[in-house]
Structures are given as C-alpha cells and as structure tokens.
Ligand binder design. Sequence first.
Ligand SMILES: [Ca+2]
Ligand SMILES: [Ca+2]
Length: 444
Amino acid sequence: MMKKRLSYCTLALLPGVLLIVVSVWLNVATPARANGGTRHVAPTGNDSSNDCTTPGSPCATIQHAVDVAVQGDTIKVAAGVYTDTHTVPGVGYVVVVELTKTVTLRGGYDASFSDPSDPEVNETVLDAERAGRVLYISGAGPTIENFTITGGHGPYSGGGIYVTGASPTISGNLIVDNIADGDGGAIFVNRGSAQILNNSIISNTATWAGGLRIINDADVVITGNEIVSNVAQISGGGIDLGCCGGVTPLIERNLIAHNDGGSRGGGLRVAHTHAEVVNNLFVHNEATKGAGTYLEGTLSHPVSTTWLHNTLVGSPGEGEALWVAEYVSATLVNNIASSFLTGITNTVPASSTVEANYTLFHNNGTDYGSGVSNNNEVSGDPDFVAPGEGDYHLRPSSAAIDAGVDAGVPVDMEGEPRPMGPAPDVGADEARLRIHVPLVLKRY
Ligand SMILES: [Ca+2]
Ligand SMILES: [Ca+2]
C-alpha cells in the first residue's frame, strides 16, 4: 500500500513522456489479478474438475468448494437450497458441510456473485433434511454468514451447527427448526471459542438447550442475536452454559424471548461456570424453575455472574426472573424485573449470594425473597412503549430513565450511547434524549 501511494506521488511530478513509459512498465510488471482467493457455488453449478474460481462457472456443492479452497479463501454461495448431505470420513457424522479450515463461507448472493451479499433477497438455505447436522466445524476459525441453516438433526449434541475445538464466527444467519436428541438444538460449542453474532435462532428443539449449548470452557461471545421460541425438555430453553468456570462467556444485546426451558431456565441456564450478561431483553420465557434464568453451581464449580442493564419481563403471576440455586455468586446492577410471580429467588442462601443494586422491580407477586441483598431499589413503572407489540423501549415517563448508576456500559441494547441525559437508565434501553431547541434558535 505504501509503495503504491509512493508511485502515485512520483508519477505526478514526472513529465508526460516519462509518465507514459512508466505507465506501460507498470502494466507489464503488474500481473492480472488472480481470482484464486474467491470460490463460487450455485445450484446450477458443476463440481467436476472445477476449482470454483470462475464466477461464470460455479461449483454445485459447498463441500466441494470447501475441499478445493485454501486457508483464507472466501466461498460465495448463490441463492438456493443446498441439501447434499454426506458422511464425514473418520468421524462418521452426516452433514451438509464439514469445515476444518479457516475460510469464509458466505451466502446471500445472486448469480453474478456481486458484493455485498443480501440474504433477505437471495435466501441461501442449507437444509440437512433431518439426515444429520447442517455444519460440523472442528479445529479452525472459519466464518459462516448470511445463510438459512435448517433441517438439522443431531443424534446427540448440536442439531444445526456442531463446533468442537474450533473458533468460528457465526454471523447473520437464520438458524431455524433444527433438532438435537441431546443438547444444543441450534448450536453446540465444545471447547475453543466462538463468536455468535446477529443471528436469528428460532424454533430449535433439544432435550437440553433448545437454542445454544456451550460447554467445556468454550470462550464464547453471544451478541446481538434474536433467540426466540426454542424449546428444551429439561433445561436451558434459549441458552445453556455448562462446565467449567475457566472462562466467562459474554451474553450481550440479545433478544431472548418465548423460549421454553422445561424444568430449569426458560431463557438462560448457567450451570457450573461463569457468565457476564449485559443489555439483554428477556421476554416471556418459561420454565418450572427460573422462567427468565436459572443459576446453579457446585462446590468445585461455583457460578460467578454479573448482570448489567438487563430487562426481564414475565407473564403476570408466573415464574421468576432469576432463580438462584446452590453455589452461586450473582451481582446485579441496573436491571428491570417486571411481571413475574417472583422477581429474584435465592433458594440456597447458605451457599449462594445475590447482590442487587439499582433494580427496578415492578408488578411482581413478590419482588425478592430472603438471601437477596437489595440496595438502591428503583420504584415505579418502567412504562414500556408497547409491550403487547414487543416494544420494550422506555417512554419519557418511565421510572427507569436516569435512575441507574454508572456500571461501565457505554451502549444500550441497540448500540445507542449510554448514558444519555444526566444518568444511565435502568434496564436494556437507554431512552433517546428529547431535543430541547434553545430559545435563541427558535427565532430563526
Ligand atoms: Ca439516561
Ligand atoms: Ca435506546
């Protein structure tokens, strides 16, 4: 880059004839740009003797493009439905795509493969048709974005996407209607790390963890997702974090709504590990214990969790925003718990502590029980804009506005700056400043 810039500067100073000579030399010296870094896949394509590098002659299957790709390649996939399941050699899993190299896999293209891709217009569906999982990722750091991932069936863990010992970025996908017989209907992450960003994770089912299952100290970031209507029979409807406390997964700016966690943890279950939970909106999740969230540790793997600026809304007379079982240390600052049977319940005060600061409890049967240290409580109506329509922004009359304390969170659930006005708002939304036009400007 530096060299190129230097060439332009030098050229500008040269007389015309010399300029032509140099230009000709540059043209000769610069090879035609190879297209090897980009591969192309379309339903109309052909895999036979095809390295997928020519947009006009794409490959037919994503797996073939992955197999011929090298580290760092981008594989562009055109709109259509891809159902080509096959067995991963050595592992025996049936998948649509196996990824063991660091490539970018991106859907949402039209037949010309021109950027940017648009999955809304060019829906690119990976459908395992219940023959196996959709994606199996191990030992690499690929990016998977702008796909619809559906029809997956995990014989045990991971219905849609199975990640083991890898560090993928999974971004902008619709992950819908996948099933795991065991845990992780949508995504299962074992060890490694994963960035799970801005996906819609909807209507996936499993025995444990209907949506996301994270275990064995996988260092995950779960940000900006819609995690809705996932079902677990036993625990963790939306997200289920498991063993072992070596890392602290971050759950930030997600909508976690209408998930069913069976016995424990409708929206979220955190068990035997840590979690930082920031700027999330939990709405109408269900479980026998902990409709919003269920926290449980053991003596050897206690739970330590920090909750900043979350809004938890239940169905009046049902469930708990937060159910705390044994060996939990929970610190809460600037949260809203509204319309639950019980806001926060600490069922084992002998081994668990809950410190709640600047909490707005509203419309609960009981706000909190014994074993909850409640300080600087905020009282009043959060006065959401239109909860019946899923709009949990704060009205100007909300008791949550400017009622919080600086918790070091610089944005709100939608990425707007925090604080606006004199102080941070309690809950996931920071209400936009009302603009007061100064008198002097009103004259003009
Ligand atoms: Ca404010
Ligand atoms: Ca806002």
